[in-house]
Design a protein around this ligand. Structure first.
Ligand code: CTP
Length: 396
């Protein structure tokens, strides 16, 4: 599973650094290409010569080579990587990573990387148990990083407790598992539309809706965790993806969303239309703010927006899948099936506003999925994250 994978091994200054020679050898034996990035302190524990001999690549530690001035781009490194493994991760580096203190090559590379990050802490038991370390590790976990928990055992201080870096064989196992069965959408490109659209009336007003984008972003995260390359075309929202690899293209109106979707769809394997697209936009945009008039009523003329899902349905090739959502308040099944067929979808996810806990702004959802052969799958009420995982599983 690691064959051909580009792996950055980030080493920090802890005793366990001596074990990284074994980690690097095991990764290379499995066919991975390894680039070592070390903090200056790590060199006190293992020499760059050992690591560059094992990887066949110069070790990167500084922002530039002192005698030639050659610049080492942390951005290029971050983009090259399929995974970043920080082992051993000291309390200090964990603190810097959690708080964005980018004062060395390793932390800047971490901040630039889009790839999944695995962190194997190693430190004395009291440092490990300190509230600041616990908080920083929790923060790193909340950013979507994978923590490889340290084991219990004898530590460098001869004390016994939790803080021993996980053995190199087990770190490789974690990576192997990550790149294998848990990633059924590996190599697939997925497009997700999310959030509302805003249709401008004048410079200060718009027509919008209550969509928050939570469901769309949960789907994008779930697809990324399943290994897909995900792009979200998002209306104005205040949520953001948890998975760092998810790319977001921000748009405002239905027409802008339609343009981006049509541009990207030919390169897409699966498109999931989760956005609450405004069906109508003002027929005319007022360049200046509309003034309150003496009349009690105002009439706004609206024109129909493009139906993005239907347009993609007409562009769809045999090897592509298109998934839609249906938000209904009545005749739910009938209306959802009608949309499935009229928009040439492969699957439609029915959201009923009549169900408590489902719909806009909630953290939970209860949906029913219909496939093109009219088969029906009812999912129970669960978090939007779990609903997303289930929908993505149905697509794998
Ligand atoms: N959709 C779209 N473009 C639109 C309207 C809807 O892409 N202009 C997509 C939605 O993202 C969703 C599906 O079509 O995947 C159904 O959206 P919904 O609002 O439930 O249905 P409409 O087709 O707009 O029909 P109605 O509002 O009359 O129920």
């Amino acid at each position: 599973m690691l064959k051909g994978k580009h792996i950055i091994v980030g080493i920090t200054g802890g005793i366990a650094a001596f074990k990284i020679a074994t980690l690097v050898r095991l990764l290379i034996k499995r066919g991975a290409e390894v680039q070592v990035v070390m903090t200056p302190n790590a060199k006190e524990f293992i020499t760059p010569v050992t690591l560059s001999a094992l990887t066949g690549k110069p070790v990167v530690s500084e922002f530039f080579t002192a005698n030639t001035g050659e610049w080492h781009s942390h951005v290029d490194l971050g983009l090259w990587a399929d995974a970043l493994v920080i082992a051993p991760a000291t309390a200090s580096t964990i603190g810097k990573m959690a708080n964005g203190i980018a004062d060395n090559m390793l932390v800047t590379t971490y901040l630039s990387a889009k790839a999944p990050v695995f962190i194997a802490p190693a430190m004395d038991l009291d440092m490990m148990a300190h509230p600041s370390t616990v908080r920083n590790i929790d923060l790193l976990r909340s950013y979507g990083n994978h923590i490889i928990e340290p084991a219990e055992g004898e530590l460098a201080s001869h004390l016994i407790g939790k803080g021993r870096m996980e053995e190199p064989e087990n770190i490789v196992k974690v990576l192997d598992e990550f790149f294998s069965s848990s990633r059924p959408l590996s190599g697939k490109k997925i497009l997700v539309t999310a959030g509302p659209t805003y249709e401008r009336i004048d410079p200060v007003r718009f027509i919008g809706n209550f969509s928050t984008g939570k469901m769309g972003y949960a789907l994008a995260d779930a697809a990324a965790r399943a290994g897909a390359e995900v792009t979200v075309i998002s209306g104005p929202v205040s949520v953001s993806p948890s998975e760092r690899s998810v790319k977001v293209i921000g748009v405002e109106s239905a027409c802008q969303m339609a343009k981006e979707c049509e541009r990207l769809f030919p390169e897409t394997d699966i498109a999931i239309m989760c956005a609450a697209v405004a069906d109508y936009a003002p027929a005319e945009f007022h360049e200046t703010k509309m003034k309150r008039e003496s009349r009690d009523t105002v009439t706004l003329e609206l024109k129909r927006n493009p139906d993005i899902a239907a347009t993609l349905g007409s562009m769809k090739k045999m090897n592509q899948k298109l998934v839609g959502f249906a938000l209904e308040t009545d005749h739910e099944d009938e209306n959802a099936l009608k949309k499935l067929h009229s928009k040439n979808l492969d699957m439609i996810v029915l959201n009923s506003l009549a169900v408590p806990g489902a719909g806009f702004a909630t953290d939970t959802n209860k949906v029913t999925v219909f496939k093109a052969d009219s088969s029906k799958i009812e999912l129970p009420l669960m978090s939007k994250k779990d609903t997303a995982e289930n929908i993505i599983r149905l697509l794998s």
